[in-house]
Write a protein that binds this ligand. Structure first.
Ligand code: TRP
Ligand code: SF4
Length: 328
């Protein structure tokens, strides 16, 4: 086991939105205490989108740009694209030899998703999708990481990673793999523009690094207290998306003032939204600047190439032990 080593990843679904920020801020903080490997899980994206790969290159680049623009630091952490480190595939294949199918079939996320996506008309009764947790185990164990920051939904996959590690160590009489533990972080739920969960498919998102007119337009769309018709009607900030955002992106004193003015009917929603646009821009402008900088001169591509090299070096060290344990 390599202590204080983290691996985590996300499937590249394109540009991220500000609902993802709390996860990324958590990653950024972990860089202080851990050696971190952050992976763009493009092979994992194929498990559900194998027939729609036109955007995968753009998506993985966009996602990496978002990570770096909010403080994931390539000087301290290894940032790479999964498909550029072939050791993941080798380890996945070796795990597929000794993992009982029943473990995969009883994985709670598996049945749910097959049913869910089936309803949406998508057939994911594939070998690859069944093996999703094996590929994830390979991602983590290739680096012998002991800690994996993930959301609650990933707990069954982490549990299986531990079982796979234990079984491998047992069969080949080795200690190569640790049994990594999940590290759950509080994630704050940021509502979308319409008050529902923020999601690309609802069309209610603000992108990371969105600024200027685009951002202004998004704030304009936010739902306010529906009972407020005229601007001097007393309002209820408690049911207003704009107010939720003020709570995160504006100073506490300012927020209280706005809320009181709203309750007394002394501020119009247009003005309240203007104030939010100003504060949100202040937060977003430097992120945007950094994002633009990184996407010029193929800087991001160089960073990812360098990351893949470093990752492969580490993964290869593990694979040498693995092959030797298996007498390959
Ligand atoms: N399954 C994860 C998700 O959907 C993404 C992922 C792939 C991952 N490989 C990983 C997360 C390894 C942590 C560690 O969010
Ligand atoms: Fe929401 Fe502000 Fe309008 Fe009150 S004044 S309803 S807090 S936008």
């Amino acid at each position: 086991m390599i202590e204080n080593r983290i691996l985590s990843g996300m499937r590249p679904t394109g540009k991220l939105h500000i609902g993802h920020l709390s996860v990324l801020e958590n990653w950024a903080k972990l860089q202080e205490d851990y050696k971190c490997f952050f992976m763009v899980a493009d092979w994992h994206a194929l498990t559900t989108a194998y027939d729609n790969t036109d955007e995968i290159k753009q998506n993985r680049r966009d996602m990496a740009l978002d990570w770096l623009s909010v403080g994931i630091d390539p000087e301290r952490s290894v940032i790479f694209v999964q498909s550029e480190v072939k050791q993941h595939a080798e380890l996945h294949l070796l795990f597929s030899m000794n993992t009982p199918i029943s473990w995969l079939e009883r994985c709670p996320t598996y049945k749910d998703q097959v049913a869910q996506l089936g309803k949406e008309g998508k057939d994911i009764n594939t070998y690859g999708f069944l093996g999703y947790p094996l590929l994830q185990a390979a991602d983590i164990l290739a680096y012998r990481a002991d800690t994996v920051p993930v959301g609650e939904d990933q707990i069954p996959h982490l549990e299986m990673t531990r079982e796979i590690a234990r079984r491998f160590n047992h069969i080949y009489d080795t200690q190569v793999f640790p049994e990594p533990k999940a590290k759950l972080a509080k994630v704050s739920m940021l509502p979308g523009l319409d008050g529902r969960k923020m999601s690309k498919s609802y069309g209610n998102i603000i992108e990371i690094g969105e600024t200027g007119k685009d951002l202004q337009g998004k704030v304009r769309q936010m739902t306010t207290d529906p009972n407020r018709i005229k601007k001097d009607d007393p309002g209820d900030p408690g049911v207003c998306v704009v107010n939720t955002y003020h709570g995160i992106y504006s100073e506490a004193g300012h927020v209280t003032e706005l809320q009181e003015a709203c309750r007394r009917g002394e501020i119009g929603c247009v003005q309240c939204k203007k104030a939010l646009t100003t504060n949100l821009s202040q937060f977003m402008d430097p992120i945007r600047t950094k994002r633009d900088e990184l996407s010029q001169n193929s800087m991001i591509d160089d960073i990812l190439a360098e990351g893949a090299k470093k990752a492969a070096l580490e993964a290869e060290k593990t694979m040498e032990i693995v092959r030797s344990a298996m007498k390959l």
